[in-house]
Design a protein around this ligand. Structure first.
Ligand code: NOJ
Length: 519
């Protein structure tokens, strides 16, 4: 292969020339005199709605530690992480960030950041050691009561509680976990307890975090707890179905019994990728097998026709030997909690997976996309705006709270330029979705408040706004520079033109909690 922009055929006497694609590419550069920023890259100046809910998130197993403290029962993540070779470096959540013993420190970090909300999850087995309401572990419950009070008294950071962020009580797994449909009642009883004990102070509830990930990684690939991989063609669908029913039961319970007096809101967090460059058709298939798997039953009342027929046909072809289980499920949403930790991502060329088998499409990753500390996560801000618009157009313009968005790094980096870039670009795309596309965005949540246990990859992938020093027994937390980036966006409630020199853009003296000076 020669290095020319044109290929020359040396076997022919007249040496014919044929242009290569690189020639076209170069012609464009010459024509445009460089690389002018496209609409996607140009910053938009403006602000979000006045009551925008700025938040940051964590999850119980990833930060709490204290895995056997004060009567806590074991969860499937305790078991999984204590099984050799399941988690990188044999990391466990035994201590994690020790947040169980550091609620005040965590609250101070939130204050310093200036968020109005904090999304955290309850460890089901800390409150109900065997998963049932037969025995309520009061000391475990007290930790959450303390945290809620500390949040409310500190400048009023409002709690957003996730009831299930993947750490199922082991005792429930022992009787079949999410495969056994009695789990629906167990979950509803657990939700009932939490609404009754915390609901007079907590007004934002999320039933289940990212069922797609929990279902597939935990029950299809087996790379997360409970680590089951021997029935990838059926189990994820059964588990997904019970998760949907559990969400619906808890939602209705809250709606009829608690909402009238407690006046809160409740929803579910669904994750979604945006797949670019392969045309609308493929994106639709992928979205219906990911976001739509759970969103369609909730918004429309049943699984989508596309998903049902694709799975049925491929099962009949015996491509996957899959049992098709399409069941209806009616529950209405008030808002969608959208956890977008990744946009425009794919799992690479080696995608021979259970889903690929049933949905019949694969994905590739553009090598031009910026990498992160996680193999699956590429920095593609444009995808964020696209997926937000997709939700507006496909699910009747629901109010959206982004319940996660963030990026990982693998090395300790207090001046985390990648994360500063990531938050600036992604939030600016959310602003475009809000102002230009009319998407009803009510809130944005950064993942994560601090470096924590990134599931089966252990502590190696760090998503935190705060660095947690794991070599220090006190597990000290230090703000990374991205804390300033995110605080400034919160303080301004968006992006004023830098030329305006607006007050909100001015750096805040260290240690002060940033006053809100929205422009
Ligand atoms: C989504 C999950 O909810 C969270 O637990 C995880 O750490 C982040 N994505 C990053 O992978």
């Amino acid at each position: 292969m020669g290095s020319g922009l044109y290929q020359v055929d040396f076997t022919k006497a007249d040496r014919p020339r044929t242009w290569k694609y690189s020639a076209r590419y170069y012609i464009d550069i010459v024509k445009q005199n460089g690389f002018p920023a496209g609409e996607d890259e140009l910053p938009l100046y403006g602000h979000f709605r006045d009551d925008m809910m700025w938040s940051t998130a964590t999850a119980s197993y990833q930060i709490e530690g204290a895995w056997r403290a004060d009567g806590k029962g074991l969860s499937i993540w305790d078991t999984f992480a204590h099984t050799p070779l399941r988690v990188s470096n044999d990391d466990t959540g035994d201590v994690a960030c020790d947040s169980y013993h550091k609620p005040d420190e965590d609250v101070r970090m939130l204050q310093n950041l200036g968020v109005g909300f904090y999304r955290f999850s309850i460890s089901w087995s800390r409150v109900l050691p065997d998963g049932t309401t037969a025995h309520v572990n009061e000391p475990g419950l007290r930790y959450y009561e303390y945290l809620v009070d500390a949040l409310l008294s500190s400048n009023s950071t409002l709690p957003q509680i996730t009831l299930f962020h993947w750490d199922l009580p082991q005792a429930l797994q022992d009787v079949g976990g999410w495969e056994n449909d009695t789990i629906v009642e167990r979950f509803t009883q657990y939700a009932d307890l939490m609404f009754s004990r915390l609901g007079h102070k907590v007004k934002h509830w999320i039933t289940i975090n990212e069922p797609y990930i929990f279902t597939n990684i935990g029950h299809g690939y087996g790379a997360a707890a409970p680590g089951i991989s021997f029935r990838p063609g059926t189990l994820p669908y059964i588990v997904g179905h019970n998760l949907l029913k559990a969400h619906a039961e808890a939602w209705h319970l809250y709606n009829s019994t608690y909402r009238p007096s407690q006046k809160g809101i409740i929803s579910i967090t669904l994750n979604s990728d945006w797949r670019a460059f392969r045309g609308l058709v493929i994106n639709t298939v992928l979205s219906q097998f990911q976001l739509g798997w759970f969103a369609h039953p909730i918004f429309v009342g049943d699984y989508s026709e596309l998903m049902k027929t694709t799975i049925r046909n491929r099962s009949l072809e015996l491509v996957c030997g899959r049992v098709w289980a399409g069941l209806g499920c009616g529950s209405v949403w008030v808002w969608v909690g959208l956890g977008v930790a990744v946009c425009g991502c794919g799992r690479g060329l080696a995608e021979v997976d259970v889903l690929l088998c049933s949905r019949g499409t694969g994905t590739v990753v553009d090598r031009a996309w910026l990498d992160s500390g996680s193999g699956w996560l590429k920095v593609t801000p444009f995808g964020f705006r696209r997926i937000l618009k997709f939700i507006k157009e496909n699910y009747g313009n629901p109010p959206i709270i982004v319940t996660e968005n963030g990026v990982s790094q693998r090395q300790m980096d207090l001046n985390d330029t990648l994360r500063q870039h990531y938050y600036t670009e992604y939030i600016n795309q959310a602003l475009k979705a809000y102002l230009l596309d009319g998407v009803d965005i009510r809130g944005y949540t950064a993942w994560s408040l601090m470096d924590n246990l990134e599931w089966a990859t252990g502590f190696a992938e760090q998503f935190g706004l705060y660095f947690v020093n794991r070599s220090d027994p006190k597990l000290t937390r230090t703000p990374k520079v991205s804390v300033q980036t995110f605080s400034t966006i919160i303080r301004c409630n968006g992006f004023p033109d830098p030329k305006s020199g607006h007050e909100c853009l001015k750096p805040q003296p260290e240690g002060t909690s940033p006053a809100s000076v929205h422009f």
